[in-house]
Design a protein. Structure first.
Ligand SMILES: Cc1cc2nc3c(=O)[nH]c(=O)nc-3n(C[C@H](O)[C@H](O)[C@H](O)COP(=O)(O)OP(=O)(O)OC[C@H]3O[C@@H](n4cnc5c(N)ncnc54)[C@H](O)[C@@H]3O)c2cc1C
Length: 538
């Protein structure tokens, strides 16, 4: 990617010139907090060193082009190393100067951000610089680890032990038991045995700084559409913003194969792409994301709000925003432990799950848009999809465009007014018994994959006894926060709630993002009022 002459001159005003000798390493795979380098004269190359020491050149950076990838905006570790192939003059733009540039030079920021997103996309596609995951395609921990890599946009290569003799031999040599799988090889980390998401996030540079006590203006809990939108508005309006996310950015939206009704994307956008764009947008304005950190408790502590994390660390904020969304309820299925081992119950339908059940019969349970989208998406990969809906009709719960597409799809069978009553074993197979409520008629379906997308439960267990919740556990808002009535204020002054977790909210990406944006002006008002009160008291 090269820039026009005038833009290039402006870019140069942010950096300092350096001359580097042939073979000089500018940064290494695994380094974090990288500067940006622009090639003025000469040539750089980006390369990956494989585990066997083999060096693979991924791409060259020619005169007028710049280095940089997703790790320019956060504390992610570099997936590639960079060296000069000949004596070269480069311009080094430090992190601090880059932050200034990103906020004040819209066109340059656009060029840099899009180049970086594109490069990560390419690395994801080719699997360069990423991890190697060795496990079994049907193992839930392997699926969890792969899902984490995909959703956090880290390339990985998967090797199935049951299909690859060399991998099976390696697992044996390393004395990995079944419980140790998946075995994950990360650059510079050696072997990780069935690592937790946190154990992956730390070496990848996603977990952020976890000192015992951190201070900020606003702590946002949850990085779904609501939390990310709030982070963009808060950080861009000058609030020091820390976002806590227990799993991966994007929330429920991040598990959607395609969101077609979000404004501004005429052909739709995948949930993961939307999340990746929003994450970079928030970081570009200076918001800090701490991934794999779950909030465990929230309380008022003097003039501050303390958000306690599972590992004992505390975020001390002037205000807090709960955007922890919801998750699908578990399906209450009757099945033997033998069946439970063979049947995978999924709560998302992303390309990873699609790969998992390619060519097989699958069942999707649910009558909402998410179930409809999942059924349509899976119908392109599975041999057949059965959509099981408790209600007699879809018209009240699903968008018309989805109903039309499902009804005309020969690869989808609709079972309205029905439910799965049990899963039975039949030799090596497992059979789901679907019962129609009106006449108790049963149909049987041989399957190993059930996707459940039924009624969402709010992620508020950790708030019971702290915030006022409605009968279903959603956060009640519309309270008075320090004398000011606010649509999004909870029962605890200084703590606000937005998105799916809020009682009475519309459960949509656009409304979650809209609430995330709108709440920031209320938080500004609260902070100004709280500041005035403390000055009067002093
Ligand atoms: C498969 C699917 C498809 C969908 N398709 C569409 C669509 O096409 N159009 C549409 O408008 N809507 C769609 N929706 C609904 C939409 O995704 C949600 O309304 C939206 O994501 C809600 O955003 P949110 O930020 O409020 O919550 P969420 O998206 O639920 O995000 C909450 C985040 O908080 C995190 N979290 C939870 N507890 C904690 C904690 N204690 N500490 C730290 N982090 C925590 C979670 O891990 C999560 O990342 C779909 C939903 C699904 C599941």
């Amino acid at each position: 990617m090269t820039l026009a002459h005038e833009a290039f001159k402006r870019l140069c005003s942010y950096g300092k010139e350096e001359t580097v000798a042939p073979g000089s390493i500018l940064f290494r795979q695994g380094d974090a907090g990288l500067d940006l380098f622009v090639v003025l004269k000469g040539r750089l190359e980006m390369f990956e060193t494989k585990r066997d020491g083999f060096v693979h050149v991924v791409h060259a950076v020619a005169e007028g082009a710049f280095t940089g990838e997703l790790d320019l905006f956060n504390s992610r570790r570099s997936l590639l190393s960079c060296r000069a192939t000949r004596r070269s003059d480069v311009l080094r733009i430090s992190r601090e100067r880059l932050q200034v540039l990103l906020q004040s030079e819209g066109d340059l920021a656009e060029a840099i951000v899009f180049a970086c997103l594109g490069r990560r996309e390419e690395l994801m596609r080719a699997g360069h610089g990423g991890a190697v995951v060795i496990g079994s395609a049907r193992c839930s921990d392997t699926l969890r680890v792969r899902d984490f890599f995909v959703r956090s946009r880290n390339p990985h290569r998967f090797v199935d032990v049951s299909l690859n003799e060399d991998a099976a031999a390696l697992v044996h040599l390393l004395e990995c038991s079944n419980a140790d799988l998946p075995a994950v090889f990360l650059a510079g980390q050696g072997l990780l045995r069935n690592p937790s998401n946190r154990e992956l996030a730390e070496p990848l540079g996603l977990a952020g700084k976890t000192v015992p006590r951190r201070e900020c203006d606003l702590a946002i809990i949850g990085a779904g559409p609501a939390g990310l939108a709030a982070a963009v508005y808060a950080a861009s309006e000058g609030l020091h913003t820390v976002v806590l996310e227990r799993h991966a950015t994007g929330g429920q939206a991040g598990t959607s194969s395609r969101i077609e009704n979000y404004l501004g994307f005429p052909t739709g956008i995948s949930g993961q792409q939307l999340a990746a764009n929003a994450e970079i947008q928030a970081q570009r304005f200076g918001a800090e994301l701490l991934i794999t950190h779950a909030a465990g408790r929230i309380c008022h502590c003097g003039e501050r709000i303390d958000v306690e994390l599972g590992d004992g660390a505390v975020i001390q904020a002037k205000a807090a925003l709960v955007a922890t969304g919801a998750r699908y309820r578990r399906l209450d299925l009757e099945m033997s432990s033998d069946c439970a081992e063979k049947v995978a119950v999924h709560y998302a339908a992303t390309p990873l799950e699609a790969l998992h059940c390619a060519g097989e019969v699958v069942i999707v349970v649910g009558g909402g848009n998410s179930a409809g989208q999942a059924a349509l998406f899976l119908s392109r990969h599975a041999s057949h999809v059965h959509l099981v809906v408790r209600r007699d009709t879809l018209s009240e719960t699903m968008s018309n465009y989805l109903i039309q597409r499902l009804s005309s799809n020969p690869n989808v069978t609709l079972h309205c007014g029905a439910a799965i009553s049990r899963i039975e074993a039949s030799g090596e197979n497992t059979i789901a018994v679907i019962v129609r409520a009106s006449d108790r008629r049963q149909s049987q379906c041989v399957t190993r994959n059930i996707f459940t997308m039924i009624g969402a439960a709010p992620n508020t267990e950790w708030l019971e006894g702290t915030l006022a919740l409605d009968a279903a556990g959603f956060i009640v808002t519309g309270n008075t926060s320090d004398g000011i009535r606010s649509t999004y204020a909870t029962s605890l002054p200084g703590v606000f709630a937005v998105g799916d977790v809020r009682s009475g909210s519309v459960k949509r990406v656009a409304s979650a993002a809209g609430e995330g944006a709108a709440v920031i002006s209320e938080i500004h008002r609260y902070l100004a009022e709280a500041c005035a009160v403390s000055m009067t008291a002093a």
